[in-house]
Design a protein. Structure first.
Length: 202
């Protein structure tokens, strides 16, 4: 008995153009681009949040240190003689244009003058704290340490309001890479001994 061999007609295989593969690659590329963009956006947002937190922390430290600098001013300058430019009872406390020790005064107020004769140079009045070189010279400022952070300070005599001296207190927190630089100021006045001169009441 002979075996029968059946032959089936075979359809020719159509040529593949690869369109599905191209579409899949395009979709994959788009998904990759979107994913990378989202990652970059998230990284930027994290940096912005960290910067905001850092800035707020630095501001809080500088603000607290500014209050401490004001207290230091009150504790140190307590007599009219401390303000005369021609008389310095304490060599470490002399208000003049050199800003030695952080005590600044760009003007004129001598022991022979009344408080209403005190004069401030309008051009040079803010020269000290605006000058970056002053903040890099440790003989030109006071230092307050708050929570382990050093905050520099300058005290500028700005003559008088009534019988009380007026000061501008500047606190400067430098950046060390871990915190943002912050500069804060306050104008401060308080009564001191000898501020009411007898001659002024005539």
């Amino acid at each position: 008995m002979s075996a029968r061999i059946f032959q089936y007609p075979m359809k020719p295989i159509a040529k593949q153009s690869g369109a599905a593969l191209v579409v899949a690659l395009i979709i994959l590329a788009l998904v990759t681009v979107i994913g990378v963009a989202n990652m970059q956006s998230a990284t930027l947002e994290m940096k912005m949040i960290a910067s905001t937190i850092d800035r707020n922390k630095s501001f809080a430290i500088a603000e607290a240190a500014l209050t401490l600098h004001e207290r230091n001013l009150i504790d140190t300058v307590n007599d009219l003689d401390d303000l005369f430019t021609d008389v310095c009872n304490d060599t470490d406390l002399c208000f003049d244009s050199s800003c030695a020790g952080g005590w600044c005064f760009n003007g004129s107020f001598t022991s022979s003058m009344q408080r209403d004769e005190c004069e401030v140079d309008p051009v040079l009045a803010s020269a000290s704290w605006r000058n970056a070189g002053e903040w890099s010279d440790d003989s030109k400022y006071q230092t307050i340490v708050y929570r382990g952070v050093e905050v520099k300070g300058m005290y500028e005599f700005l003559c008088f309001i009534g019988s009380s001296p007026l000061f501008r207190v500047t606190a400067y927190l430098e950046s060390d890479g871990a915190q943002s630089p912050v500069m804060l100021q306050s104008t401060y006045t308080y009564a001191i001994a000898g501020a009411a001169l007898p001659e002024d009441d005539l």
